[in-house]
Ligand binder design. Structure first.
Ligand SMILES: [Zn+2]
Length: 402
């Protein structure tokens, strides 16, 4: 099980001036000697050289998933298979598109591989105007059909508020379920056999389980205890549905980003020049609830979502360790007071009420009924499914190693 250690607050400076000062961790906090993961993160372990388990997982995945020419040859081989299975259908694969940089580049790569993707956008009511424009422009530039699934706003808002009332760290939980359901349902109805997934361990790291655990029973438990309205439209994830989609419909998940490098300013320039993509303005600015999510997780749990990404970028040599440590002392730009206040207003939560919710004791998935004991019992099955492209390849690492 993940640790149940108390959260130690990371010191936060008030301004960017902090970047000039060298970082010194609070007493008792160990920082990885290679990246920036530290002992405030649940389930982090260090070896005898002071290197964290996330670094070792990163290296292992790097060896398993080559990039460059070798990675591209692998992508072409997989693309041949996907094309073969797409014969006679309208599309070869489905790609989730947020309007942000990573999913946009992923859609471009599927086209470059000669595939016929259907882009799917899940609208949780928080798309920024720039991401809306990006979705439209990119699909036009790449000549890709777009399917938009729009979440019921009243229900979506109440579900987010339920997670805040439930005192758990990840308030996007039900949006993730909405995205997964939409991808599988659309794939099943279109006869599409491949979901193209764009999470990159190289630039995003792997979320510690306690930060954003998702399972249907856990979601049901949160809804039962904290949701104040009768839900008519929300469809929770369902294990039987997932098994049906995987084993009967034979829908695979392919994490394409494992085989190419998707960081670097040249990619941003390419997306802007060739696809009419616009920079969303900063880290996670494509979805406007992220300011609230970041503020809430940092103030209530000491969770700074940037830590995982910075740690990954340090391992990849895209950022120095010193730069990352200095940046982590600043307040994330996305937590701009106006953005947080706007999000609270849209969520219908008064500031005083929110401050009270922040003071309530933090909880994690293991404070609620979940399927985690069942998942542990089927650990080897999950390992096999994640290696056979039925689940994203990092599923095993996420659920059992971090
Ligand atoms: Zn490390």
């Amino acid at each position: 099980m993940p640790q149940t250690s108390a959260v130690v607050d990371r010191p936060i400076s008030k301004s960017k001036e902090a970047t000039a000062r060298p970082y010194s961790p609070p007493v008792g906090v160990q920082v990885c000697r290679r990246c920036v993961m530290d002992s405030t993160v649940s389930a982090v372990k260090f070896d005898e050289n002071g290197i964290c388990n996330h670094c070792h997982i990163h290296d292992r995945l790097n060896r398993a998933f080559p990039t460059g020419d070798e990675g591209w040859r692998h992508l072409e081989k997989v693309a041949d298979k996907i094309r073969e299975q797409g014969k006679g259908k309208n599309y070869d694969c489905i790609v989730g598109l947020s309007g942000g940089r990573d999913t946009t580049y992923c859609l471009y790569i599927t086209k470059k591989l000669g595939l016929r993707p259907l882009a799917l956008h899940f609208d949780n009511g928080w798309d920024s105007p720039v991401s809306k424009r990006n979705i439209k422009n990119v699909c036009t530039a790449l000549d890709v059909d777009l399917e938009c699934v729009i979440a019921d706003w009243e229900e979506s808002r109440e579900l987010t508020n339920s997670t805040i009332r439930g005192s758990v760290p990840y308030i996007d939980l039900t949006d993730d379920i909405g995205i997964i359901n939409s991808l599988y349902r659309t794939a099943a109805s279109e006869g599409i056999r491949w979901i193209i997934h764009s999470h990159s361990f190289r630039t995003e790291g792997i979320n510690p389980l306690r930060w954003n655990y998702v399972d249907p029973l856990y979601t049901r438990s949160l809804i039962k205890q904290h949701c104040r309205m009768k839900l008519k439209k929300f469809q929770n994830a369902n294990m039987l549905n997932v098994l049906y989609w995987m084993l009967v419909k034979r829908i695979h998940v392919f994490t394409i980003t494992n085989y190419y490098r998707d960081s670097g300013k040249d990619i941003d320039a390419f997306l802007k020049d060739e696809l009419g993509w616009e920079d969303t303005g900063g880290w996670h600015f494509d979805n406007e609830i992220f300011g609230l999510q970041s503020y809430y997780a940092r103030h209530k749990f000491g969770i700074d979502w940037r830590l995982l990404e910075f740690a990954a970028l340090v391992r990849e040599g895209e950022m120095t360790r010193e730069e990352a440590l200095a940046e982590l002392q600043t307040i994330p730009q996305v937590e701009d007071r106006r953005l947080v206040d706007y999000a609270l207003k849209k969520q219908g939560i008064l500031r005083e009420e929110f401050d009270q919710l922040l003071k309530m004791p933090p909880k994690y998935f293991d404070d609620y009924p979940t399927f985690y004991p069942v998942l542990r019992a089927f650990k080897s099955v999950i390992w096999a499914l994640s290696r056979l492209n039925y689940l994203p390849p990092h599923t095993y690492e996420k659920y059992f190693e971090v």
